[in-house]
Design a protein around this ligand. Sequence first.
Ligand code: QAP
Ligand code: CO
Length: 168
Amino acid sequence: MALLPILEFPDIRLRTVAKPVIQVDEHIRQLARDMLETMYAAPGIGLAATQVNHHVRLLVLDVSEDQSQPQVFINPEIEPLGQERKTYDEGCLSVPGFYETVERPDHIRVNAIDLDGKPFTLTADGLLSVCIQHEIDHLDGKLFVDYISPLKRNRIKSKLEKQHRARA
Ligand code: QAP
Ligand code: CO
């Protein structure tokens, strides 16, 4: 097992569009295990491969109260179900310390494959739905700060850059 370094906004590598997984092999299973360990250690509720500088369509999450329900999605595809949209105060391990309100479709259907390479479908709403959409955005090179005003986004960018300079 290993803790993986997490890329932070405005790192341009977070803008990479991830490639589909063509085979669920031991390398992918190891990456998923390391990502879950990294997410739990943070602690966080979701992590996309992009955030740990692996540009494949893999994400992990656990929205349970007690870190007891790890879920892995490979090559996830979503479609909104219905017109209802909801707001949530989102954060991100790649934008540490900042939370902003984002509006997204509430009810979604997800098609993905699991760690055995087996396709599955689920429907989600609420926190699980937000988390899946947020993590799929990462695989497409998008961040939750892309949905807020440029003024707010630039303030967050400056503050994080300042922290990164102080750390270097
Ligand atoms: C994405 O986010 C998410 O700022 C997962 O200092 C967010 O795990 C899905 C975290 C909201 C649904 C709703 C953020 C940890 C973790 C921070 C996370 C921080 C430490 C964020
Ligand atoms: Co995130």
